[in-house]
Design a protein around this ligand. Structure first.
Ligand code: F6R
Length: 361
């Protein structure tokens, strides 16, 4: 049942080229993005995205996509905060809930708060017959298949894929993306399963680094732009399954506090694909190295050629269009956590104190 893998989590990480191909097939048709359910993104003025845990991190990545590709403002909330805050929900706002299980108590309560206030209730779910799906106006399935490991992997990647296709589709409907650009983006999508397969080739390196990471008591994750929420994903996965304390910071926030933590005992994982803000992230990374922080730089060959001097280790990822980079950089977030946990001998698939579906508040 684990298809030759030691854990369900490993199996699910390795399934991602296939599960990603499945969701891309469901959201594309020829040169176009065609979501399986219709929604008029030109008729809304703002999107409130609400979820818990990893699903909330997927929303935080999607904010960058919706704002840049569709010029739609996005507010991202943690469901347990949103449900009690009594925040305003405009009649032209779209409320979008993301949940693998579709049963998370706080997300469901948040949905019920928005119902009747927002223009529409949208759900991005894995379990299509779940309560959250049933209570929504428009349902976008993620087609990840059953996910057994408590730490979400393939569902997170497919949540990202669905949210990116919706952002592109919104950009098309709002007149910001023409047919040529849409076709380019669809081609980019179709290249993703192959890029995920290439990214999985860093596994041996992650395994080798895990013995060092497993000795740390704290690990810092840094990133800018959509790599900032990806830093959160790296930290969350690591905490959940290896029980090592990890924290994520936006690279630019380093000097506003967390740099005080840096010394030679602190591994700092930096997610920095070559993009328009690469140099900014690298200068923050150099501030860490100047204080003897042990930097693990996750970048592509171009980034490695420019910035690997003095870093502890470099993980070289395939080159990817910055728009799609978060989907590919989910792989190092997962593999670093997985191998560190295996090294520590924890119960990877059933980490202590956690449940797959959190149906109580
Ligand atoms: C982390 C993880 C959790 C879930 C969260 C929401 O790896 O799996 O943080 O993402 O409990 O669950 P769903 O998506 O079922 O609402």
């Amino acid at each position: 049942e684990k298809a030759g893998h030691k854990h369900f989590m490993a199996k699910e990480i390795h399934e991602q080229p296939q599960t990603l191909a499945d969701v891309i097939a469901a959201y594309t048709d020829g040169d176009r993005i065609v979501p399986p359910a219709a929604y008029d993104w030109a008729a809304t003025d703002r999107v409130q995205m609400v979820a818990c845990g990893t699903a909330q991190i997927a929303c935080s990545v999607a904010k960058y996509w919706f704002e840049s590709l569709a010029r739609l403002p996005v507010d991202v909330d943690i469901a347990s905060e949103y449900r009690y805050r009594e925040g305003p929900v405009g009649a032209d706002n779209t409320a979008l809930f993301v949940s693998q299980s579709g049963e998370t108590a706080d997300t469901l309560a948040a949905l019920r708060y928005a119902k009747g206030k927002a223009r529409a209730i949208l759900a991005v779910v894995n379990v299509a017959e779940s309560t959250i799906a049933r209570d929504s106006d428009v349902v976008f399935p993620i087609h990840a298949g059953v996910e057994v490991g408590v730490a979400s992997t393939k569902a997170f990647v497919n949540q990202l894929a669905v949210l990116l296709s919706l952002a592109i589709h919104a950009g098309v409907q709002r007149g910001l993306i023409d047919a040529t650009r849409e076709a380019e983006l669809v081609a980019g999508f179709r290249a993703l399963p192959g890029l995920i397969s290439s990214a999985l080739a860093i596994e041996d390196r992650c395994e080798a680094l895990a013995s060092r990471l497993a000795e740390a008591s704290d690990i810092l994750f840094l990133g800018r732009g959509p790599m900032y929420p990806m830093a959160h994903e790296g930290a969350l996965k690591l905490k959940e399954i290896s029980y090592i304390h990890a924290e994520a910071y936006a690279s630019g926030e380093l000097k506003h506090g967390p740099i005080a933590l840096v010394d030679k005992t602190l591994p700092v994982v930096v997610f920095a694909p070559m993009d328009a803000i690469f140099d900014k992230t690298i200068s923050n990374m150099q501030e860490v190295m100047a204080r003897d922080g042990q930097v693990l730089l996750v970048t592509d060959a171009q980034g490695a050629a420019q910035a690997s001097d003095g870093v502890w280790e470099v993980l070289t990822m395939p080159r990817v269009d910055p728009i799609f980079a978060p989907i590919v950089y989910a792989v190092p977030a997962q593999l670093l956590a997985y191998h560190t946990a295996v090294q520590k001998g924890t119960d990877v698939d059933q980490p202590r104190n956690l449940a797959k579906s959190v149906t109580v508040e």
